[in-house]
Design a protein around this ligand. Structure first.
Ligand code: AMP
Ligand code: MG
Length: 321
């Protein structure tokens, strides 16, 4: 992987060239793979929505490589600077007042913009090479499980995009924590790898951890009730006793069961939450390919990154009418 001082590879130069000319492509981040375009070029950004089938009412996160670039697209007050200082580069997205250069197509017409400085060296290098902020949602068809490998991106979007930069498996495996910085109190719009406790500690104030959701006009449209969903039927459980004894599909546990049966899978050996998050989408995708009877998945404990796991699972769960 490149570090700050390494020469860009051929693949990197080609990707940078595509971005500068208004193309789109897959980029690795520490959360999930993104589908990137020049955030300052509305017709390039439009291609992202078209490739994903994403509705234009769903605003994008803009990725930057340093504070100068961040401040060129959004206004940072003292609190935003505090969080940037503490958590960037890293899996925190802040909703801030936007500057003029960011167009309506990126923000769905809102006067705020979502900003993040990702920690993956390949994507940092791409942003430094192009000198452009990159608008990038997750690189999957809208509504499906997010991609955590370059192969996931190629499988689903391969024919529709200009490049995929392969940066290996995403470390976190779930999308960034999103905090709205422009409201009072500040709001947790999406739980992610950085838990609310850490944000409150850094800010020295409480945030609204479960802001009221309004499905008709959600403040964060990615927070729709149904999202991240596999094609197969997915049912959640806490206690294995909830699973019908005659169920023939696959069962996903948070940690390895004492005596695993044939169709048992687990997200971690010991129940380590980081490992569970890292493996969550990868395992769901793999099972979704061949599952005949659908699968059950155990909820995580409701703390730390477990909040993000449960948030994604509850929206991936098959809604029984
Ligand atoms: P994704 O890129 O798919 O991880 O989704 C990004 C999510 O960030 C969107 O679905 C929204 O929920 C949220 N978001 C982006 N921009 C804004 C904004 N200006 N205000 C509120 N939420 C936003
Ligand atoms: Mg997404």
């Amino acid at each position: 992987m490149p570090n700050k001082f390494q020469q860009p590879s051929q693949a990197m130069l080609e990707a940078a060239d595509f971005i500068c000319k208004g193309g789109i492509g897959g980029i690795p981040t520490e959360t999930v793979y993104g589908l990137a375009a020049n955030a300052l070029n509305p017709s390039a950004v439009r291609k992202i929505f078209e490739a994903k089938g994403r509705p234009f009412i769903d605003p994008l996160i803009v990725h930057v490589c340093d504070m100068d670039m961040a401040e060129s697209i959004a206004y940072f007050d003292a609190d935003a600077k505090k969080l940037a200082d503490k958590f960037w580069p890293g899996p925190l997205t802040m909703i801030l007042k936007r500057r003029e250069c960011i167009s309506d197509i990126v923000t769905a017409g809102l006067d705020t913009v979502a900003v993040r400085m990702p920690a993956h060296p390949i994507t940092s290098q791409l942003i430094r090479t192009t000198k452009l902020p990159l608008a990038a949602p997750s690189a999957n068809p809208f509504g499906y499980v997010s991609p955590t490998t370059a192969a996931h991106v190629r499988e689903q979007l391969g024919g529709k995009i200009d490049f995929v930069l392969d940066g290996g498996e995403c470390k976190c495996g779930v999308e960034s924590t999103i905090v709205m910085m422009t409201s009072s109190p500040k709001k947790l719009l999406r739980p992610g790898p950085i838990p609310p406790d850490a944000i409150e500690k850094a800010l020295g104030e409480a945030i609204d951890r479960s802001p009221k959701k309004n499905e008709a006009h959600p403040e964060a449209p990615g927070m729709l009730k149904s999202h991240y969903a596999p094609k197969s039927r997915l049912i959640l459980f806490d206690d294995p006793a909830e699973i019908p004894p005659d169920f023939e599909g696959e069962i996903i546990y948070q940690k390895r069961p004492d005596s695993p049966k044939k169709r048992d899978y687990w997200l971690s050996e010991n129940g380590g939450q980081e490992e569970c998050a890292h493996n969550l989408f990868k395992l769901i995708r793999a099972l979704d390919k061949n599952s005949k009877f659908g699968f059950y998945c155990q909820r995580a404990s409701n703390s730390g990154i477990g909040l993000a796991i449960n948030d994604r699972l509850s929206r991936a769960e098959t809604k029984l009418k």
